[in-house]
Design a protein around this ligand. Structure first.
Ligand SMILES: CCCCCC/C=C/C(=O)SCCNC(=O)CCNC(=O)[C@H](O)C(C)(C)COP(=O)(O)OP(=O)(O)OC[C@H]1O[C@@H](n2cnc3c(N)ncnc32)[C@H](O)[C@@H]1OP(=O)(O)O
Length: 359
């Protein structure tokens, strides 16, 4: 027990030295295990529903039940050891690999063959989109709109394309409380989607795996969507007490007809890649085994087409609707600002964290 206590104290110190923020979920786990290891089973009153951060912490600790202090200590030590080794040899592609595009922590951006590739790079979190990531994507789009590339490609690192909005975004409450949080998030959402509406060059999604939430809805603003046959398309907004964004309330009925759009956006029906192709959301589906090779061969050929002609064609095709799309985006963001304050939404986010804490 003495040695274990020493390992535990050493792990507590190592956490402070981690080079990379392990993210809110891991911090919650660490918190819970630390409390259990030092104080035993959760013994404090449950915080109120609106005290989101303390409630998430309490839930995580309480979920450990009567786990013995010794086991909690050991689990804490193991978790920290895993974090240290994954930060040393992470499967995450190091942004330093691309010297030209330093300054992005959550994306890997490369330019080759007149193609700028923006790769979401949080594979361990299924490329869930943090607030920082939304901001970095906006910066990357701004840079790509001005660089000498012909087309811009979005893809995901790892087995997912993206699991959509990172639900921990909801736990970082500013001093102004949840109303301020909802207001700031609505502004960020609106600005983020505006960047896609205004993007001047052909925009291609290389959907390497499952896509959820906002990573699906904004596909309606892309010019080509290539999908692996492993990809799925899921917008579980009602399940989350939320409503459509990314202009999908307009683009999805237009693309696939109202009946199919309703199945996805209201009832949360998950589409396979083949179904998404049949509904017109996806341009073409490729077998996963040859996906990367086939898609990149195709894109390299396209990127050699005359650049100005392609850019002007995109403008002709998209410009009629720009004003309308901006208005729709503003309205969807306004409605979501209200939704985020609803009990339905808060309970759904709490459920996600409770499910995680019980694992
Ligand atoms: C500025 C704000 C704009 C907001 C715009 C509105 C946007 C709306 C949306 O995008 S709604 C969609 C939100 N996304 C979800 O609801 C998905 C939640 N995640 C899941 O359901 C599952 O994680 C999964 C189905 C994507 C994958 O399941 P599985 O294969 O079993 O993997 P894990 O669950 O173990 O995931 C690994 C790891 O990643 C964490 N994670 C995955 N997705 C998210 C996410 N969206 N938010 C936060 N964290 C996520 C997951 O918790 C695991 O973490 P852990 O290893 O336990 O620490």
């Amino acid at each position: 027990m003495g040695a274990c206590q020493k390992d535990f104290e050493s792990a507590v110190n190592q956490v402070k030295l981690l080079k990379k923020d392990p993210g809110n979920e891991v911090k919650l786990k660490l918190y819970a295990l630390y409390k259990q290891a030092t104080e035993g089973a959760c013994n404090t009153p449950k915080p109120g529903l609106f005290d989101l951060i303390n409630k998430a912490k309490w839930d995580a600790w309480n979920a450990l039940g009567n786990l013995p202090k010794e086991t909690a200590r050991q689990n804490y030590v193991d978790l920290v050891s895993g974090l240290r080794s994954s930060s040393d040899s992470s499967s995450q592609v190091k942004p330093e690999a691309d010297k030209k595009r330093a300054g992005y922590d959550t994306l890997v951006i490369t330019s080759e063959d007149c193609i700028t590739k923006i790769m979401l790079n949080r594979p361990a979190k299924k490329n869930a989109l943090t607030t920082q990531m939304y901001r970095e994507i906006m910066l990357a789009l701004e840079a790509a709109s001005k660089d000498d590339s012909t087309i811009t490609v979005f893809t995901g690192n790892g087995d997912y394309y993206s699991s959509g909005n990172d639900l921990t975004n909801f736990t970082d409450i500013p001093p102004g409380g949840i109303e301020e949080k909802a207001k700031n998030s609505a502004i960020l959402l609106r600005d983020f989607v505006d960047c896609f509406i205004d993007f001047p060059k052909p925009l291609v999604a290389v959907v390497n795996g499952p896509a959820v939430g906002i990573s699906v809805t904004i596909l309606g603003l892309f010019d080509l969507v290539y999908a692996s046959d492993r990809a799925t398309f899921h917008t579980p907004f009602s399940h989350l007490g939320q409503t459509p964004e990314g202009c999908s309330s307009y683009t999805f009925p237009k693309i696939m007809g109202p009946a199919k759009a309703v199945e996805m956006l209201i009832f949360g029906k998950k589409l396979t890649a083949g179904e998404a192709y049949a509904q017109g959301l996806v341009t073409e589906v490729f077998p996963d085994s040859t996906f990367q090779k086939e898609v990149w061969t195709r894109l390299k050929a396209y990127s050699k087409l005359p650049q100005n002609a392609m850019h002007i064609s995109k403008q002709i095709i998209r410009n009629h609707e720009k004003e309308k799309l901006h208005a729709i985006n503003a309205e969807e963001s306004r409605i979501l600002q209200e939704r985020w304050l609803s009990d339905e939404c808060m309970n759904a986010v709490m459920d996600f964290f409770s499910r995680k804490a019980k694992l």
